[in-house]
Design a protein around this ligand. Structure first.
Ligand SMILES: [Mg+2]
Length: 492
């Protein structure tokens, strides 16, 4: 019974040498942050049997600048056909303007950035910054509902060109004094870009100039090979149609390694035209274009279209929690799979490179800002102390308090001056930190000391996240991806 009696002190030291307690996460410390897999939720890779990949922006990383320019151009061409003024042909646009996670206010034509509580901290109308007071007037008096019809959330890299088109056209039309219906303009832009995709125009242009549009990852083939060698089964699950997928995947993988002359050899199952996010909760059957009739098994070397997660798990006999899905689309790949299935999720965030180097550049400013916050707290305490003291003196009838009153008033003035200076310093620091990340929006994942709305989605739904699929090559198939301890405020 002695073993179970409450102990009065800490447990005895384990006899294990400390080295035995060091887990595989120490691998991480030898890697540059841009090469690491970052962990929100523990993920033992040894318990993962199947690893699935999205294609666009996951296996195939686009040259964002070339891709966005193309998207804006085809959007404008289609808008001109829809009757928009001809001078838009000369539209000046800045594809560096948008980031993921922005919110479009279709009623007022503003583009906004939110923190994780849907508080609006930054906004632009055209390329003009909306001042803080105005943001407060417009968006802090009533609860913002980002999922209502008034707003549109930009959650993909693909959606960035819609923002670029929107702000550039608003800027151009308003400069000419044109009347404007902001909501109609946004819907027209979406129609224009959707049309360019539906007609295959964008895919055709990309597929004929792949080196211009795709940033080929020299480590991709080796990464997939390494995962296969570790005993993982791999599958491709993309919304893109077969022709485009075949051209893209051939460009990325065929003839890269001797053992894999043709790209499908890397995969145990290939699914195209999948219609994610519906794929995760729909009932669409799998279709094998080369064999009519119901699909009763998913075979290596064949190509399937459509399908759904339930049939996938049934036909492969795999349990969902042993699947890791790697994608870039926070909603279509990550949130939906997380909500509708037990799949584990890895998110590719290609902006992480820039985000991490900005973090490094502004590290000193960030720690200075934290110290300043703390010092401001002390100064505010001191101000309250002086103010209480002054009220007490004013209430008292003792004339000998007169000189004390002068002293306290001077103290108040000094503290107020210090606080003003600190506020100015704080603003300069915040501006410097924001500018290190992005000239218009600051950090992708953070906002005003909080997670941004996008950062919050990543933290909540992506079990792990990383810059590129090829970062996985640094880890063994048995890697235990361990999340850092997360403390709540009461534990600190
Ligand atoms: Mg994608």
């Amino acid at each position: 019974m002695g073993d179970f009696s409450p102990s009065s002190g800490p447990p005895a030291q384990l006899s294990l040498p400390l080295i035995a307690l060091r887990d595989a996460s120490s691998t991480d410390l030898r890697l540059a942050r841009t090469e690491r897999v970052h962990v929100n939720r523990n993920l033992p890779l040894g318990q993962v049997d199947w690893i699935g990949f999205d294609m666009d922006y996951t296996l195939a990383v686009y040259q964002q600048e070339a891709m966005d320019s193309l998207s804006v151009e085809v959007t404008i061409e289609n808008l001109l056909r829809m009757g928009y003024p001809g001078y838009l042909r000369e539209l000046r646009y800045d594809i560096r303007f948008p980031i993921r996670g922005l919110l479009i206010d279709k009623h007022l034509g503003n583009v906004l950035k939110m923190d994780r509580f849907a508080g609006i901290h930054k906004g632009y109308h055209g390329f003009t910054r909306v001042e803080r007071e105005q943001l407060h007037q417009l968006y802090w008096k009533t609860k913002i509902r980002p999922d209502s019809d008034r707003f549109h959330w930009i959650d993909t890299l693909f959606g960035l060109s819609e923002v670029t088109s929107y702000v550039s056209i608003i800027e151009a039309l308003e400069k000419r004094g044109e009347r404007m219906h902001y909501e109609r303009l946004f819907e027209d832009i979406r129609k224009a870009i959707d049309l360019a995709h539906a007609t295959g125009e964008v895919h055709d242009r990309v597929a004929t100039q792949l080196p211009r549009f795709i940033a080929k990852d020299e480590h991709l083939a080796l990464t997939l090979h390494k995962l296969r060698s570790a005993g993982k089964k791999l599958f491709l699950l993309t919304n893109s149609p077969w022709d485009y997928t075949d051209k893209m995947m051939s460009y990325l993988l065929s003839d890269e390694l001797q053992e894999y002359r043709h790209w499908p050899l890397y995969f145990d199952v290939v699914i195209v035209a999948a219609r994610k996010p519906v794929w995760f909760n729909g009932r669409e059957p799998f279709v094998d274009a080369s064999a009519p009739g119901a699909v009763t098994s998913l075979e290596r070397g064949r190509v399937y279209a459509g399908g759904n997660v339930r049939d996938f798990e049934r036909l492969t006999g795999i349990q969902g929690s042993r699947v890791l899905y790697v994608g870039d689309h926070i909603y279509g790949d990550i949130v939906r799979s997380k909500k509708e299935s037990t799949w584990r999720t890895a998110m590719i965030i290609q902006e992480l490179d820039a985000e991490l180097s900005a973090h490094e550049r502004s590290a000193q400013a960030i720690s200075k800002k934290l110290r300043l916050d703390e010092e401001r707290g002390h100064q505010e305490d001191e101000l309250r102390f002086y103010q209480r003291r002054l009220r007490a003196i004013e209430r008292s009838s003792d004339v000998s308090d007169a000189s004390e009153s002068v002293r306290v008033k001077r103290g108040i003035e000094t503290v107020r001056r210090t606080l003003r200076e600190m506020n100015q310093e704080q603003e300069l620091l915040e501006r410097f930190i924001d500018d290190s990340f992005h000239p218009y929006w600051g950090s992708l994942l953070k906002e005003s000391g909080e997670l941004s709305s996008f950062g919050a989605q990543v933290a909540r739904y992506a079990d792990v996240y990383t810059r590129s699929v090829s970062c996985l090559r640094h880890y063994s198939g048995e890697q235990y991806f361990r999340s850092p301890h997360d403390f709540m405020p009461h534990e600190l």
